[in-house]
Design a protein around this ligand. Sequence first.
Ligand code: ATR
Length: 274
Amino acid sequence: MDVYGLIGNPVGHSLSPPMHEAGYEALGLDARYVTFEPDADAAAAAIEGGADLGVAGLNVTVPFKRDVLEAVDPAPLAERIGAVNTVDYGPVRAGEADRPHGHNTDAAGVTRALAHHDVAIDGRDALVVGAGGAGRAAAFALADAGATVHVANRTPGRAVELAEAVPGATGGGLDDLAERVAAADLLVNATSVGMEAPEETPVPAAHLHGDLAVLDAVYAPIETRLLREAADAGATTVDGAWMLLFQGVEAFEVWTGETAPVDAMNAALRAELE
Ligand code: ATR
């Protein structure tokens, strides 16, 4: 049996176990997905220990995504983003490497969620609101897929710093948000605004327009105020559960080498959320 899991702190309410296990069941794979909650200073040691325990793969979440970099051989995209959310022990188990490979599937979570909804990225103007972990992954993913990216963040310096690392990107604060949204084809909310707070929104309704596709990284609630107001404005909307699903789908495919059963994983995820 292959053991996969999630390390983070806290991970008690993670939706990844049912999502991944639905995938194993659909493909008839002999595998389990469990959660681990090491102390904050033990993340790198836990990743190293995973190889000795014969663990097949780990997802990594808050607050360990950066710490884990030192314990893995990061893929180029994960290195550029500066965060690893998926550790693949396959090369270690095959005797081909000393350290597990580290990936960032949050980036694919953004692009695959949009592609699944037939939203084009190449040649589009993308506005990423937020410059934390989700914002970093979104900015690199969209730029690599051919978008021109602007990052807007409450703390402007974080957006400027991120934009300097992303090809062709610009960054700034929220002062000119109205103009930035007006000029955008794609809007990604990568802030935590709206999370467990249905009355909050990162972008006032008056700024939204019908030529936008809006992806909200927030998935609790699934229907955020931003997405509701974007739909009212005639925009295409993609909820945060799609992003969560496709980062998991990408990790599943990295680990198993199989095409993930997207529908089964999506059904399990939405059953937990709704
Ligand atoms: P994550 O890794 O999930 O992206 P994070 O690194 O804590 O989490 O980043 C949270 C993001 O939400 C940041 O961009 C943060 O802005 P700051 O960099 O200024 O802190 C943004 N954010 C959080 N609360 C916000 C609020 N009330 N208004 C605007 N932006 C907010």
